[in-house]
Write a protein that binds this ligand. Structure first.
Ligand code: GUN
Ligand code: ZN
Length: 403
């Protein structure tokens, strides 16, 4: 936990006090080219899709899912393969500074537990969800309505039995086209019974929205609401095409949006207007949406969020595009709020858990050499626009060094 922040003298004093109380205390000191920033939060990432990064972006969402995604995700029946990929994903995201990840794992419950084990072993903070899907998928990659509920219950109990403070299960209906209403209602019951977070997709692609409207005869957000899946602990990926009524409903329910600009560009889904979400008072975080997005880096997502917002500003009068501070917020405290973890992480308030990155802008062999004298805010700006994992020299999760 963070016990004090400030100048060297303040920290020395806090250290002396803690040592006098016989408590362990660590002080992180920085050189003038280093920054200490809150850990980055990836509020939407598909761990099993990592091998597909960069593939299939000639197809729109619904075709891409059938042609690429389900074919790959079927392979996680193989638990050795699951172990190999999931360990690589957790290691890779930690290297890129993701201290908290909200993962779509696999439809397979046992493979999803392997992701839980990888997260625990590497010391990441995470939500892990076993995917629910009973329809609109290949015959050998879907479950019956009975199985999907039974295995979700089993998964929640198995994750909780690990007694690891950093890892929580999350209910994960893939999207409204993957399930029938009855199954979603039953998942809604599990949400109440276990007081558990929820993640899914919403309004990512215009054809998808049309299909949902046709299937259910109501707006997309209302489908999830009818099932009891919109809660203050629900995060919805994308939300590009939500109507004003849907945004008001999300605001009322306290549900949040994970903005995934890399994915939205690659799959040509559209441009999400984060400013509009803010105006409706909705909590927003950033997601890589691997492998809809090609990069496991939230720094890349920050840059794409800036680009998307600037593109939106060209077609709207008096539009104020997001700046680097806004996207930094989305990547840290915004993400923590979106996942309902802001009482624990997101910034350096005393009492929060110490999830942090040491960013070294003087690191060798990276994009940021030839650095001139910079203020801390200029260093931050430079990191967001030009930095990458090579600049992240140390990563802490709950006070433990994990890189
Ligand atoms: N909608 C339903 N499933 C998926 C998925 O795996 N990725 C993305 N980007 N959208 C989805
Ligand atoms: Zn996704």
């Amino acid at each position: 936990m963070i016990v004090a922040t400030g100048k060297k003298e303040d920290l020395e004093q806090a250290r002396a006090q803690h040592l006098a109380d016989e408590q362990d205390v660590m002080v992180v000191m920085l050189s003038d080219r280093q920054l200490l920033i809150p850990g980055l939060v990836d509020s939407h990432i598909h761990a099993p899709q990592y091998p597909n990064c960069g593939l299939g972006y000639d197809k729109p969402l619904l075709d891409w899912l059938q042609a690429y995604t389900y074919k790959l995700e079927r392979k996680y029946r193989d638990l050795e393969y699951s172990k190999k990929v999931f360990n690589a994903v957790v290691r890779k995201t930690l290297n890129h500074g993701t201290t908290t990840a909200c993962y779509f794992a696999s439809m397979f419950e046992d493979a999803s537990m392997i992701l839980v084990d990888a997260v625990i072993e590497h010391g990441q903070r995470a939500f892990v969800g076993k995917i629910n899907m009973t329809t609109l998928a290949p015959d050998d990659y879907k479950e019956t309505p009975e199985e999907t509920i039974k295995l979700t219950r089993k998964f929640i109990e198995a994750v909780r039995s690990k007694n690891c403070d950093l890892v929580e299960p999350i209910i994960t209906p893939r999207f409204a086209l993957s399930l029938e209403m009855d199954s979603m209602v039953e998942l809604g019951h599990l949400v109440k019974e276990y007081d558990v977070n929820v993640q899914t997709h919403i309004s990512e692609n215009q054809d998808e929205v049309k299909e949902v409207n046709k299937k259910y005869g109501i707006q997309y957000a209302n489908v999830y609401d009818e099932a009891g899946l919109l809660t203050p602990k629900t995060v919805l990926a994308h939300g590009i095409y939500l109507s004003d009524e849907e945004l008001s409903l999300l605001r009322q329910r306290g549900s949040s949006v994970s903005h995934c600009p890399d994915s939205n560009t690659c799959l040509k889904s559209g441009m999400c207007d984060v400013r509009r979400l803010f105006n409706f008072g909705i909590k927003v975080g950033l997601g890589t949406d691997v492998s809809g997005g090609p990069s496991p880096s939230i720094v890349s997502a920050m840059r794409s969020a800036l680009a998307t917002s600037i593109n939106l500003s060209f077609s709207q009068k008096n539009y104020k595009p997001l700046n680097y501070m806004d996207v930094f917020y989305l990547a840290t405290l915004g993400g923590a709020e979106a996942l309902s973890l802001d009482h624990k992480i997101g910034n350096f308030e005393v009492g929060k858990e110490f999830d942090a990155l040491v960013v070294d802008m003087g690191a060798e062999n990276c994009n940021t050499d030839m650095l001139l004298d910079c203020s801390p805010l200029e260093l931050l700006q430079k990191f967001i626009y030009t930095g990458d994992d090579r600049n992240i020299s140390n990563v802490f999760v709950a006070g433990k060094s994990v890189k």
